[in-house]
Design a protein around this ligand. Structure first.
Ligand code: NAP
Length: 283
């Protein structure tokens, strides 16, 4: 007999989580998975509160799901622009009105911009770096006291950074180039490694998830330019694009007991497409 005990693997029973960019797309898939896995409080943050894509509708959907399934967890929406340090400080204060500790921070909110190399407007580079790199660093820095207050050697708190496979390969150059996005996501990977070493001793693990294409508001424009869902599916070794459960599984692994000793890693969730032919580099 070995000492393996897998009780509680993939469970988030009683956990408190904050998901930036949780109003739609990968952030909302992650929040849904956390709720179903038993999380107690889910803070959902994004800039917009109202409208079809805003936080309020996401919070309602999550809380309706909790009622329907008899789950204990509840979602709370807090609008904030996490590209701005002052707004992250305000977000910390708002979260502290409800909870004194935080178990999980998912730095998911991200921005992209695509276009030809020469005329790239400088504001687009600034916007991308402010959110995808500076914002992630500031989120980790300013929430680390709340995360450290919750983590223990046997049950560390978690930071998960949502990066992209564009952070490990040269995905798109040419007319629809995403060079600064790609560079920002590579920076996010290395930020994750640095934070893992900085925060590990405070019982906080830091890992990065690098998705391939998942249909979403952010990705749909580029998916269409590249030929659409069917064509990109044909080129993917798994013959499809990402679906909500694909991101849910990796997030639950990285935020639960199953990954207690995984720190400073990134996991690609792309069906293996990053390893395929250079089709995507021909843009
Ligand atoms: N979908 C994909 O194929 C794919 C592939 C690789 C990586 N990713 C990464 O996955 C993450 C989520 O993308 P997604 O595809 O789910 O996009 P999405 O559906 O467009 O969602 C983006 C979320 O981020 C929020 N957001 C944007 N700017 C923000 C800011 N400054 N402050 C706070 N929240 C902000 C948005 O809400 P508001 O607009 O209301 O602020 C929204 O909730 C991003 O980091 C993206 O780079 C996605």
């Amino acid at each position: 007999m070995s000492e393996v005990n897998i009780d509680g693997f993939f469970s988030l029973e009683g956990k408190v989580a904050l998901i930036t960019g949780g109003s739609r797309g990968l952030g909302l898939h992650t929040a849904t998975a956390f709720l179903l896995a038993g999380a107690k409080t889910l803070f959902i943050s994004a800039r917009k509160a109202g409208g079809e894509q805003g936080i309020d509708q996401a919070v309602k959907r999550l809380n309706d799901l909790a009622t329907q399934k008899g789950l204990k967890g509840r979602a709370i929406g807090i609008p904030a622009n996490v590209a701005q340090e002052d707004d992250i400080k305000r977000l910390v204060g708002e979260v502290q009105k409800h909870e004194s500790k935080l178990d999980i921070l998912v730095a998911n909110a991200g921005a992209t911009w695509g276009g030809p190399f020469g005329p790239t407007p400088d504001w687009s580079s600034q916007k991308i770096l402010d959110l995808n790199v500076r914002g992630v660093f500031n989120l980790a820095r300013l929430f680390s006291p709340m995360l450290a207050a919750s983590g223990s050697p046997d049950d560390p708190s978690r930071i998960v950074i949502v990066s992209s496979v564009a952070g490990t390969n040269v995905a798109h150059v040419g007319d629809n180039g995403t060079i600064m996005y790609s560079a920002s996501k590579a920076a996010a990977h290395h930020l994750g490694r640095n934070l893992a070493v900085e925060l590990g001793p405070r019982n906080i693990t830091v890992n990065t998830v690098a998705p391939g294409f998942f249909p979403s508001k952010l990705a749909n424009g580029l998916i269409d330019i590249l030929g659409g869902v069917d064509e990109l599916s044909r080129e993917n070794p798994r013959k499809r694009l990402g679906v909500p459960n694909d991101i849910a599984g990796v997030m639950l692994f990285l935020c639960s007991r199953a990954s207690n000793y995984v720190n400073g890693e990134y996991i690609s969730v792309d069906g293996g497409s990053r390893l395929g032919s250079g089709r995507l580099t021909k843009m």
